[in-house]
Design a protein around this ligand. Sequence first.
Ligand code: CAO
Length: 437
Amino acid sequence: MTVKSVTLPDIGNYKDVPVIELLVAVGDRVEKEQSLITLESDKATMEIPAPFSGIVRRIMVKTDDKMNIGDVIAEIEPTEEAAEPVKAAAPTEPPSAPPVAEAPKTSSPAPTPVKEAAVPAPSTGNYPMNAPTSGALYHASPSVRAFARRLGADLTKVVGTGIKNRIQNADVEAFIKQALSGAITSTTVAGSAGIPPLPTIDFSQFGETETVPLSRIQKRSGKHLSACWLNIPHVTQFDETDITDLEAFRQSLKARAEKAGVKLTPLVFILKAVARVLSEQPKLNSSLDPSGENLILKKYIHIGVAVDTPNGLVVPVIRDVDQKGLFTLSTELAEVSKRARDGKLSPDDLSGGCFSISSLGGIGGTQFTPIVNGPEVAILGVSRAKMSPVWNGEAFEPRLMLPLALSYDHRVIDGAQGARFITALSSVLTDLRELIL
Ligand code: CAO
């Protein structure tokens, strides 16, 4: 029996590309051009096809392996030479066949590939529920896989209606529609796996109700916030900062600011102080790369500011905060928040942020826990400053105290780092002379 090694062909200018899926198993009969594995670079997903038909005798890679040109993927016995193909495992639930794994039409005895059997369908809904169980194989193009990933569909549960049961976008859509209608449980939708759904209640049974549609911004930010909340392990560190001197300085600048046509609020000072501490503690000015194995440190300091608009929350970004003065920052903040409220922000205004600030200081409240605006790794929540009695060692003194809350991604920032950041920020806000050091 001659077994041939199948190696990774030239896939362009990529190195160490991770394997994200094995599409065949030992004993499978594969056809020429049938996909063997899927690789995913930071830019694209690629399926690597078999260069000839045959039976898979060994698989030399596993998911998460990093591949380079020439690496061996599998050993395949060409079909003409295959003596005794591997026998199939008996299906556990006859007679429905899995939608993939159709035997090739050759003259040699067709083997039944080793695959999981189909799961009998629950009787509800229109979606063809004889999809394979998790771990079964399926065929879908990279664009369909990307589409499914975007929607959170588990492709092992989707029935393909294309040629040779290939899964198409329409199949993914049908699956998602069914999932939304409740015929498929949330455990089959990747991303929500294991999260019990909230109960659906007809509130009108308790009294009068009115249904108001969410705005486009609310729908979009709702999805983003849920993704951040579910994907990022959050910790929130609180502090109270003495801004009595900052406030005196701000008041002393008021006339000058008015003359220059700007309004200096505490937020502008906070922006400046945050930029300073970010430059000293670059880990908080970073993002995890998509593999989750590297940290991308940004050498620029662009800060997003949450703005409350009639249509919902938006986070325009103020660029190069470290290089701008208080009056310039004030002008930009006023200008961008006006455009945000007028619904006139461009995609550029909303991209490129490294860190976010959410200030509710103009409204009230003593503290809140902001959600990290992923893929950023930290966000500062600012509440309303309050005159409080502070013990100075001999007596209580009235000091203006500003409540701060720093939420951070605990995969990147550990508790000590978070505490160091908020302490350093506090010390700059308490004594702005630190900004000129
Ligand atoms: N403590 C005490 N007073 C404060 C303060 C604070 N932390 N922050 C602002 N103020 C004061 C300002 O000085 C101003 O008072 P004066 O008019 O007397 O000078 C007043 O509150 C209103 O400020 P503002 O809200 O207009 O301006 P800002 O620069 O503080 O904030 C902006 C600008 C755009 C961030 C704000 O208008 C906004 O939209 N805030 C809501 C953000 C939000 O919704 N966050 C939650 C997101 S969900 O996590």
